[in-house]
Design a protein around this ligand. Structure first.
Ligand SMILES: [Zn+2]
Length: 318
């Protein structure tokens, strides 16, 4: 058995942020990017504006601040401003897993081992509950159906973390129970793809991502009977602890679904100093592929951004 190399610890880089729209886990290069890039989850283009933000207060509503026009573009500031610290906020939703990310990773790793070696003392459902409670930042879920027991687990866990869940093939009788969720658990957002009564194709993948550090995949639906069957080896439960693989699973199986189920979607968003151009926007490069070559670009997208160059790789490698 190979020995444990402590130098591998310095390579531990927990994910820093998620896409505003699809909650894809952005690789470090994108999370700290100052150049345009393509989201690995929803294919939206993040295009930076030339606005520089001077403040050590991060706000999502810069409109409320005073706007000063400086030599190198527009400078936004809003009170209170303490000195002239330059904030380099991460792109997307920041992931905060606490002061000691390594200690948190060790806690999750111990639960991963318990799930792999599920025993009478630690049946899979117990470890699942411990995992939900261990989350410090977010949980992403795709599930076929749910039951009131597991919904209660999610509502309870969402008092201490933020949960985004998609449900497909929902029992029509259970749809009503989701109506109270926003009041009871404001940090739990559920998006429903369809019910069992719908005839179209629906997602059947089962995925639970904890803080971008651990993923649970396999066959059980998010119901108590299914997770009890897992204790009898009648369901397959696998736990993924390779961070790159966790991001891959999240961005491939959760993010496109999450974005697709967004209520009242727009084709373009302005968030802080970024414009997010979704694949549905007529000026997104994927739309331009089939469009006439001379299709003009609007001014708000920088001509140098390359958005009109189909197939050109983004500035930031994935
Ligand atoms: Zn995205």
């Amino acid at each position: 058995m190979p020995g444990f190399d402590i130098s591998s610890l310095v390579e531990f880089t927990p994910p820093a942020s998620r896409c505003w729209l699809c909650l894809a886990l952005l690789p470090p290069g994108m999370a700290s990017s100052t150049k345009r890039f393509r989201c690995p989850g929803c294919n939206s283009f993040y295009v930076p504006s030339n606005i520089t933000v001077f403040s050590n207060t991060i706000s999502t509503t810069p409109e409320v601040g005073s706007v000063l026009v400086g030599g190198s573009g527009t400078i936004l500031s809003w009170p209170p401003v303490y000195g002239s610290a330059v904030v380099q906020p991460v792109v997307g939703r920041k992931i905060s897993i606490g002061a000691e990310p390594m200690a948190h990773a060790v806690d999750l790793a111990e639960l991963a081992v318990q799930l792999r070696e599920a025993s009478g003392e630690n049946p899979p459902l117990r470890v699942l509950m411990k995992l939900l409670l261990a989350s410090r930042s977010f949980i992403h879920i795709t599930s076929f159906n749910f039951d009131e027991f597991t919904l209660a687990l999610l509502e309870m866990a969402a008092q201490g973390t933020s949960i985004a869940a998609t449900f497909s093939g929902v029992d029509p009788k259970r749809m009503g129970v989701l109506g109270q969720v926003p009041a009871e658990a404001p940090s739990l957002e559920c998006r429903v793809e369809g019910t069992r009564a719908d005839t179209g194709d629906q997602n059947h993948g089962k995925l639970i991502v904890i803080d971008g550090l651990l993923a649970v995949i396999g066959s059980p639906n998010l119901t108590r009977p299914a997770w009890r069957k897992a204790a009898m080896n009648m369901e397959i439960v696998e736990v993924v602890t390779n961070i790159s693989r966790v991001a891959e699973l999240n961005n491939r199986y959760f993010s496109p679904l999450w974005k697709r189920l967004q209520p009242a979607p727009e084709t373009r968003y302005s968030i802080l100093n970024w414009t997010i151009v979704t694949p549905e926007d007529p000026e997104h490069p994927d739309q331009q592929k089939g469009a006439a070559q001379e299709a003009p670009m609007k001014e708000e997208i920088e001509p140098s951004s390359g958005l009109d160059s189909p197939g050109e790789p983004p500035d930031v490698p994935a």
